[in-house]
Design a protein around this ligand. Structure first.
Ligand SMILES: [Fe+2]
Length: 247
């Protein structure tokens, strides 16, 4: 009988038939869950965009919604590339994360920057789930020798990481700072999350329309990426997610 070490080595390299069958089944199961999650994300991103206060956050969600539609189609290509029928499987994790995002909307004032801060947090939790799922799927595809599938999944993985970085930049640029001052205002007599409508999206429209899709310049004139004022909730720093959860 093979030693435990060689059994483990064979398992992770997919070098014996039983293991390959098991990993193949695991890979397809993971794909079905990701496919389900991406379809849920398309709807959730639309809801998050509708609920956003600022144009910058709304545009970030809308842009990723469009990108996510492409990711759904790419997953269908992945299924086809390995000769498996396109199918989905309920993913409880994404259902819970989408519920959390909806709770942010119900617990924050419409038109407040606190809502945008909460939506960014919820959005990053979804991205981190996807980064973990795609990272694992890339590894499984590589072990199984599905090079086309691995390449396509890697492409989506990079898009998810990029979205996570953009959400971090948005939060660090002005949302956190403004949301904090909003809370200060609320303690001097206005509503819990500041005056409703105080930070309507149109307030920032002039700024965003003169910059790139996320605005390369903050409302206060400084450039995104130069800011060092984080308030701590952005655990997904520009590079900190790349290693988390990935095999
Ligand atoms: Fe995605």
């Amino acid at each position: 009988m093979a030693s435990l070490g060689s059994q483990i080595a064979n398992f992770f390299s997919g070098n014996d038939n039983d293991t390959r069958e098991g990993l193949q089944s695991l890979f397809v199961s993971e794909l079905k869950g990701i496919y389900y999650a991406e379809k849920q994300a398309v709807d959730a991103l639309g809801e998050q965009a509708d609920a956003s206060t600022t144009d910058e956050v709304r545009n970030a969600f809308l842009q990723h919604q469009e990108e996510t539609r492409g990711q759904v189609a790419r997953l269908e290509d992945v299924f086809r590339s390995i000769g498996v029928e396109v199918d989905d499987k309920t993913c409880a994790a994404i259902d819970g994360l989408v519920d959390d995002a909806q709770m942010v909307v119900s617990e924050t004032e419409s038109g407040s920057l606190t809502r945008d801060a909460g939506l960014i947090i919820a959005g990053q939790k979804i991205e981190h789930h996807e980064i973990a799922a795609y990272g694992s799927a890339v590894t499984l595809a590589s072990v199984l020798g599905y090079s086309d599938a691995a390449r396509m999944l890697q492409q989506t993985l990079e898009e998810e990481k990029n979205t996570d970085r953009k959400l971090t930049q948005l939060a660090e640029s002005f949302i956190n700072q403004r949301a904090a001052s909003e809370d200060d205002n609320s303690s001097s007599g206005s509503s819990q999350y500041g005056t409703q409508g105080q930070y309507s999206g149109s307030q920032y429209a002039g700024t965003s329309s003169s910059t790139d899709q996320y605005g390369s310049v903050n409302p206060d004139g400084s450039r995104y990426g130069d800011s060092s004022s984080t308030t701590g909730y952005n655990t997904g720093g520009s590079s900190s997610t790349s290693g988390s959860g990935l095999i």
